[in-house]
Design a protein around this ligand. Structure first.
Ligand code: 3NM
Ligand code: MG
Length: 497
């Protein structure tokens, strides 16, 4: 088994034939798809010579390494060995799994194509690192496929994997998947079966007019489908969210945490942090009403959570407003590691620019005017610099882990007319990251979409006439979505945008 985390979300399988690639350059198309958020690449060429395959695989490997994404080779184990890439993908008629494992060793990734329950279980028992399940839909890209199993065939295999104790083996499905049918392939009723980890595609990316945009859209669909699991995990595990937050929002943030199913504790005394971290809490450091004593407590608590390996969310409220805050931001960034940094454009410009930044905030509101792509770049750059997920809030929210960058367009202007909605989003993020540690980006996405959709639903309620009546309606909708999701009703997902 391989000792690295692989993002199977959008899995690109290459095709160099003119029918799919046209007259584009394969490396340029793959690079664009990687920019769009592809998490793993399989180089597949059934016809070219060994030498040509090695040359192309080497070019692709340079690219994938730049994006910190694994490169696998389809079928041709000897090419993978010569290139030194991260593994292979083998079909039922290719080299046997055991032979491939002997040649490649235990560190390399070996994926296996399966089209029925027996093949799936056998591949897992042999030690496959992941399964490619297919063929889902008939496809022009591979006309000699053995069987078209449809989404229901995929479900049957996933069910069998769970029942046979192989529920932890990652799975993708393949065959005729594109942006129009991706959501329906991923959708499933309730939580009974194991879910897919991702979608493998050839033509949906290789033949796309804009492979980066197509990859971004597929990634959005894949991650949106994972949000109910985040909401359910919070509801099912009642994660502890430890808030070291400002005086203004304590009550509201605690009520929001309860509405989404978390357990809030508002504790500004850092001596309590080691005990709370040991209980599995996630910490929010919100510098909305910072004091010298508060800053010392933040640093001490941050260290305790870092030591315990528990996540910390940093909310640098009003970061650019005063010299004290600009300096506190730098002190807190240097003091430890954060799972998530959340803020508006002004705050995150200060986080990014350091003490010399020219951005001066008026109070805690965002005064920066940046385009969407500038904001996306800002989020991505901070995520890379601090190895964290960045949530850049605004009418359009941008979320980035440095490799994958997503936008969320949910929300309502009433959120901006009530104090504490931003801070309580930080609290919700902490609960979701605390409960769903496997992917902090997905946890942030779920929190952000949940907030936006709940606000939209609250705003159209008949009793809501303004900010005052909005607050209780918003808390009710957060609660309602949580209850509906745990009962298997995912209607709210269709409002995600
Ligand atoms: N393997 P597209 S289907 C490479 O069923 C491959 O094992 C398949 O191409 C299988 O995304 C397939 O363009 C081609 O439909 C998938
Ligand atoms: Mg094959």
């Amino acid at each position: 088994m391989v000792n690295r985390t692989v993002d199977y979300g959008v899995y690109l399988v290459t095709d160099s034939t003119p029918a799919v690639l046209g007259d584009c350059s394969l490396t340029q198309v793959v690079e664009a798809a990687l920019r769009g958020g592809v998490g793993i690449v399989q180089y597949r060429d059934k016809n070219c010579s060994h030498e040509d395959a090695v040359t192309t695989a080497r070019e692709l490997h340079v690219l994938t390494k730049r994006f910190d994404v694994p490169l696998l080779v389809n079928d041709r184990v000897e090419v993978a060995v010569e290139v030194g890439c991260e593994g292979v993908h083998i079909g039922q008629d290719d080299m046997s799994f055991d032979a491939a494992r002997r040649i490649l060793g235990s560190e390399k990734i070996i994926g296996v194509t399966v089209s029925c329950e027996e093949e799936a279980i056998r591949a897992c028992e042999a030690g496959a690192d992941y399964l490619g399940i297919g063929t889902v839909f008939a496809t022009q890209t591979k006309k000699d496929t053995k069987s078209i199993i449809g989404p229901s065939g995929v479900s049957t295999i996933l069910e069998a994997l769970k029942e046979s104790g192989h529920g932890a083996v990652p799975t993708v499905c393949i065959g005729g998947i594109n942006n129009s049918n991706a959501a329906s392939v991923l959708a499933h009723d309730g939580s009974s079966r194991k879910s897919l980890d991702g979608l493998a595609v050839v033509s949906a990316l290789i033949a796309a007019p804009d492979p980066a945009a197509a990859a971004r859209q597929l990634l959005g669909t894949v991650l949106t489908a994972k949000m109910p699991q985040v909401v359910r995990t919070v509801a099912g595990t009642t994660p502890l969210t430890h808030n070291m937050t400002n005086l203004v929002v304590q009550n509201f943030a605690a009520n929001v945490a309860l509405a989404v199913g978390a357990s809030p504790i508002m504790a500004n005394y850092a001596e309590e942090a080691p005990d709370l971290a040991k209980l599995g809490a996630a910490l929010v450091i919100n510098m909305g009403t910072i004091t010298p004593d508060g800053l010392r407590n933040f640093i001490q608590a941050l260290k305790a959570y870092n030591d315990a390996g528990r996540p910390v969310v940093f909310d640098p409220v009003g970061a650019g407003a005063t010299a004290v805050r600009r300096e506190a931001v730098q002190t807190l960034l240097a003091a430890g590691h954060y799972a998530v940094i959340k803020g508006n454009s002004s705050e995150l410009l200060t986080v990014h620019g350091g003490p010399s930044v020219t951005e001066r905030q008026r109070g805690v509101d965002s005064t920066a005017v940046l385009s969407i792509s500038e904001r996306a770049r800002l989020a991505r750059d901070i995520a890379r610099q601090h190895s964290c997920v960045v949530l850049l809030t605004g009418p359009t929210d941008l979320i980035s882990d440095g490799r994958r960058t997503l936008r969320v367009d949910n929300g309502h202007e009433l959120l901006g007319m009530v104090t504490g909605t931003g801070c309580s989003l930080g609290t919700t993020v902490s609960a979701m990251v605390g409960a769903f540690g496997e992917d902090a980006l997905v946890a942030c996405l779920a929190a952000t979409v949940l907030f936006g959709v709940a606000a939209e639903m609250a705003a159209v309620r008949p009793e809501v006439r303004g900010p005052g009546t909005f607050v209780p309606a918003f808390i009710d909708e957060l609660y309602g979505i949580r209850k509906a999701t745990t009962a298997g009703d995912l209607q709210w997902l269709s409002m995600a945008k």
